[in-house]
Design a protein around this ligand. Structure first.
Ligand code: FNR
Length: 195
């Protein structure tokens, strides 16, 4: 059976390299047998987290996001690097998804959407390090949420030269590194489902 796999980028920018990378990751993951949901965070109206806001009721789009995250045992995240770390958008999304749905006992444990998920981390940047430092910050964040983080990660450097006009990765090097992350995530997810 195919592994439901969520693919998304921590950027909503129209020309985002990480959104492009997420598209290429989705193509490769589909070819590797995953059942891919390619999520665009821009499709969700998510305010900046504030507990006062949440006390009035979890916003509808946050509930939608929580259900989607929860429904996928495997996640592939493409993270931009801002000032040596991940984006506020990504952190805000994770903070909202990690908090309980008010009044829903099933969601009283805030980490429900995260616990036991297998997460593959990738990054893209126009710079020489490819956003590698965002991954070194994202790794402990995901571990803290009880996710299994795949040891294999990939940072796509010089992103402005890395894609074909059709949006796919232009080098064997990049494709094989993305495939290695995807394969490890799908393999680990299958192992946990057997257990
Ligand atoms: C950046 N950028 C950046 N790049 C990088 O490799 N390391 C960094 O520390 C930073 N810092 C940084 C801070 C801020 C506030 C911005 C706006 C940008 C450049 C960044 O990699 C570039 O804008 C990417 O294009 C962002 O990712 P998307 O939107 O293309 O996916």
């Amino acid at each position: 059976t195919q592994t439901p796999t969520l693919v998304f980028a921590g950027s909503t920018r129209a020309q985002s390299w990480n959104r492009q990378l997420a598209g290429a990751v989705a193509t490769i993951a589909t070819a590797e047998g995953a059942q891919v949901t390619h999520l665009e965070l821009a499709d969700f109206d998510i305010p900046l987290y504030n507990a006062d806001l949440e006390a009035k009721g979890t916003p509808r789009d946050v509930v939608r996001l929580k259900e989607i995250f929860h429904a996928h045992p495997a996640w592939l995240i493409c993270s931009p690097e801002y000032n040596g770390s991940y984006t506020a958008l990504l952190k805000n999304t994770i903070d909202w998804v990690s908090s309980p749905i008010k009044g829903d006992p099933e969601w009283s444990n805030g980490t429900k959407a995260f616990t036991g998920k297998v997460v593959g981390l990738l990054a893209a940047s126009p710079g020489a390090l490819g956003g590698l430092r965002s991954l070194s910050h994202l790794t402990p964040l995901m571990l803290n949420l009880q996710c299994w983080v795949a040891p294999r990660q990939f940072a796509l450097s010089r992103a402005s030269e890395a894609f074909d006009p059709d949006g796919q990765l232009s080098t064997d090097f990049a494709r094989s590194n993305v495939k290695a992350v995807v394969d490890q995530v799908l393999w680990a997810t299958r192992q946990f489902q057997k257990a």
